[in-house]
Ligand binder design. Structure first.
Ligand code: FES
Length: 69
Protein backbone atom coordinates (compact mmCIF):
# COMPACT_ATOMS: atom_id res chain seq x y z
CA UNK A 1 0.00 0.00 0.00
CA UNK A 2 1.41 3.38 -1.03
CA UNK A 3 1.59 6.16 1.49
CA UNK A 4 0.62 9.75 0.82
CA UNK A 5 3.04 12.36 2.09
CA UNK A 6 2.51 16.12 2.31
CA UNK A 7 5.58 18.30 2.58
CA UNK A 8 5.31 21.96 3.55
CA UNK A 9 7.69 24.15 1.59
CA UNK A 10 8.99 27.27 3.31
CA UNK A 11 7.39 30.30 1.65
CA UNK A 12 5.78 28.02 -0.94
CA UNK A 13 3.24 25.32 -1.70
CA UNK A 14 2.19 22.06 -0.12
CA UNK A 15 3.81 19.21 -2.06
CA UNK A 16 1.56 16.15 -2.10
CA UNK A 17 3.22 12.85 -3.01
CA UNK A 18 1.48 9.55 -3.48
CA UNK A 19 -2.02 8.45 -4.34
CA UNK A 20 -4.48 11.28 -3.83
CA UNK A 21 -7.89 12.33 -5.07
CA UNK A 22 -8.43 16.08 -5.25
CA UNK A 23 -12.03 17.28 -5.43
CA UNK A 24 -13.55 20.72 -5.82
CA UNK A 25 -16.40 21.93 -3.59
CA UNK A 26 -18.95 20.26 -5.90
CA UNK A 27 -17.30 16.87 -5.66
CA UNK A 28 -15.71 16.98 -9.13
CA UNK A 29 -12.28 15.36 -9.27
CA UNK A 30 -9.21 16.83 -10.89
CA UNK A 31 -7.23 14.62 -13.22
CA UNK A 32 -3.82 14.13 -11.65
CA UNK A 33 -1.21 12.47 -13.80
CA UNK A 34 1.87 13.31 -11.76
CA UNK A 35 3.44 11.51 -8.80
CA UNK A 36 3.70 14.85 -6.95
CA UNK A 37 1.42 17.87 -7.03
CA UNK A 38 2.02 21.33 -5.57
CA UNK A 39 -0.98 23.04 -3.97
CA UNK A 40 -0.97 26.83 -3.74
CA UNK A 41 -1.19 28.34 -0.30
CA UNK A 42 -0.26 31.93 -1.14
CA UNK A 43 -3.52 32.59 -2.99
CA UNK A 44 -1.82 34.18 -6.02
CA UNK A 45 -1.66 31.27 -8.46
CA UNK A 46 -3.46 31.65 -11.79
CA UNK A 47 -3.85 27.86 -11.80
CA UNK A 48 -5.52 27.26 -8.41
CA UNK A 49 -5.58 25.00 -6.59
CA UNK A 50 -2.16 24.25 -8.04
CA UNK A 51 0.96 26.31 -7.50
CA UNK A 52 2.31 28.14 -10.55
CA UNK A 53 5.33 29.73 -8.88
CA UNK A 54 3.76 33.12 -8.12
CA UNK A 55 4.61 32.70 -4.43
CA UNK A 56 8.19 33.58 -5.34
CA UNK A 57 7.17 37.09 -6.38
CA UNK A 58 4.22 38.05 -4.16
CA UNK A 59 5.99 38.32 -0.80
CA UNK A 60 4.35 35.22 0.67
CA UNK A 61 6.12 34.02 3.79
CA UNK A 62 5.34 31.00 5.92
CA UNK A 63 7.71 28.74 7.77
CA UNK A 64 5.69 26.36 9.90
CA UNK A 65 7.49 23.71 11.90
CA UNK A 66 6.01 20.59 13.41
CA UNK A 67 6.32 20.48 17.16
CA UNK A 68 8.58 17.60 18.15
CA UNK A 69 7.22 15.65 21.11
S1 FES B 1 2.13 28.72 -3.34
FE1 FES B 1 3.00 28.80 -5.29
S2 FES B 1 1.72 30.12 -6.41
FE2 FES B 1 0.83 30.05 -4.44
Amino acid sequence: MSETKIRIRDNGPFLVEGPVTLEDSEGNSYTIDKPTIALCRCGESDNKPFCDGKHKHCGFTSQERANAT
